[in-house]
Design a protein around this ligand. Sequence first.
Ligand SMILES: C[S@@+](CC[C@H](N)C(=O)[O-])C[C@H]1O[C@@H](n2cnc3c(N)ncnc32)[C@H](O)[C@@H]1O
Length: 415
Amino acid sequence: MPFSIPLALERALATLLPALDIVAQRVDDASVPAWCEERGWAAYLLGLSEQDLQHCEAEGLAVVATSLRNVPDGLIELASRVRELCALPALTLLPASVEPDFRGVARRKQQQLAALLAAIPPLVARAKRIVDVGAGSGHFTRLSARHFRRDTLGLERDPARVTRAYAREQDDDGQRFAARYSVVDAVRDGIDLRDDDLAIGLHACGELGDALVGAVATQGADLVLVSCCLQKIGAPCRLPLSDAARGLSLRKETLGLSNLSSQASGVETTIERTMQARQARYALRHLLNARGLHVEPGAEMHGINRRQAHTGLASIAGRALMLRGLPPPSAAELSETQQRAACDFAKIRRLSLPRDMLARVIELAVVLDRAALLVERGYAVRVATLFERAVTPRNIALFASRDPARLAGVQSTDS
Ligand SMILES: C[S@@+](CC[C@H](N)C(=O)[O-])C[C@H]1O[C@@H](n2cnc3c(N)ncnc32)[C@H](O)[C@@H]1O
């Protein structure tokens, strides 16, 4: 059956709204959160073997639940709903006829750019101009100008990135279809689009994505949007854009959960190393609290590069204490903290599984709300994954046009 945006949104809301207490309460220590206690899931989760835990962390509880025994009914039902929801159509991409010039572009960004360039020709065909919103250092703006021989405009808030983008243009002169850039805060100042524009947001973060969808809905351009960092909003809560998602108000911290990705080999590191680093951070917070400092979760690493957590407790503890004007940790203090943290963190990992499983549902609910607004404004809309998750876990693309015939050329596994 073709992917239906109203139906998918209805299912996402039916899954997420009754589970908002789960996403609202993080598992920051080893005590059983209220949502887990109330649903009677604690004993099951805390009894998971290390092997099953690792499997769940690598693949997601939603996927693994079918192969586990004695999963509580409510949890298995939630897992099955999440699994169904997250089965999105995938874009089928034709290789580009001309290899874009990716010099100076990081490998994973190259893969994203290649996929986006391959996906959009049906929409570019009628576009007079391509407007790249949140253009960063201008890679897509520049490449699409060359590739499609179109006028392109990159809108970017950060002047340093625009300077870098122009510097690249000068490296590559003699082109008729030049990319132009404008330093603008597109959320504060709005986005001026024409109805024959194709607007692109490649990883347009948080409220920039909402602003872009709002501008398209009122100004009539076509759109391709890949969302990311949904928590980057000025307000404490994100309110829905569409009538269909009425009631879907998501707090900033809840939106932050959507950044979590579940895969055996993370984008930058392995899950095992990620867990070791998280345990070291947990241990550091514990150590600082034991020294009489009251440190909120996340604040333990203030002033320290987050990657340092991969080097283990001893080095980050020394640095964190020095930054706070305190004496370094003793060997006994480190050893005792490490033992306690290992025990607590084993529980935290298990208790976190149901909440982590909902990360993708939050992301999807926001994408579907954006899609639903465009549907309500008369757009034809398609939602599909554009990249492999190994390229980037923020891989859901929204395609929209007032002309359904244009979207028909955007091929996905459900069409
Ligand atoms: C995640 S980066 C993506 C950059 C680029 N599209 C890419 O994929 O490489 C998001 C970009 O949006 C820009 N941005 C965020 N909010 C903005 C706003 N309100 N107006 C204009 N640009 C904004 C950021 O400065 C950043 O360069």
